[in-house]
Design a protein around this ligand. Structure first.
Ligand code: SF4
Length: 224
């Protein structure tokens, strides 16, 4: 039996990846943004804290149309920006972070995003998870950012020790999946969480990775 932060073997991890690839053959970025506007993706991720991707996409479809340039994100437009994103919740704080971040990007980074996790995390509203999502989604960094779905699944399945916080969970997951660690695996875990491993009532009987899941094994034993 494995102890420490990593709780599955390399061959188990490989099998889990294969099963997830089969179950969810195509993946995509969940937050809409223009391909040539990386800052839009960052703003969408900032807006997504404690909000659904659908609600963020709805708000940004209006926001990004009304304010199509990074220079538009300034105090003069604050009220208009707030109106566009009010529905996602915590809008005052999120807009404050977006305006501060826009100013830093313009003044310190020539309007580009820094492609470095430490530098990204210095931006207002950008923590460990957000920086990982940005680097993984936009620049293919080999990361598995841990959101609520990835965290729940990792601990239910017993992929990593349940004593780990989200940051340590990400680091451990990247060791579990080694060269398979990437944003597509992150997206597939989210799809697994949305489709089968829901927070309230997981659909274990139909779940593609149930043979590798501690939660399923424990509950099957209880029923027998
Ligand atoms: S078997 Fe159940 S608990 Fe395990 S990952 Fe699948 S849905 Fe989640």
């Amino acid at each position: 039996m494995l102890t420490g932060p990593i709780m599955v073997t390399s061959s188990q991890a490989e099998k889990i990846v294969l099963l997830l690839n089969e179950a969810f053959p195509s993946t995509h970025t969940f937050l809409n943004h223009k391909a040539n506007k990386d800052y839009e993706f960052l703003f969408a991720v900032i807006l997504s804290a404690q909000a659904t991707d659908a609600s963020v996409n709805q708000a940004t479809s209006v926001l990004f149309k009304k304010y199509p340039n990074l220079l538009d994100y300034n105090d003069k437009n604050k009220d208009g920006i707030l109106t566009c994103v009010k529905s996602v919740g915590l809008s005052n704080t999120k807009v404050k972070h977006i305006l501060q971040t826009a100013s830093i990007l313009i003044n310190q980074y020539h309007g580009k995003l820094p492609q470095d996790r430490e530098e990204l995390m210095k931006l207002p509203g950008v923590g460990f998870k957000t920086s990982g999502v940005v680097l993984g989604e936009l620049y293919d960094y080999p990361l598995i950012p841990v959101d609520t779905h990835v965290y729940r699944i990792s601990h239910r399945m017993g992929l990593v020790s349940n004593r780990l916080d989200p940051k340590k969970t990400e680091i451990a997951l990247e060791k579990v999946f080694k060269e398979e660690a990437n944003i597509h695996l992150h997206q597939r875990l989210i799809l697994l969480g949305r489709t089968f491993c829901k927070a309230k009532k997981p659909d274990c009987l139909n779940c593609p990775v149930r043979d590798y899941c501690n939660f399923f094994k424990k509950n099957s034993k209880k029923e027998n």
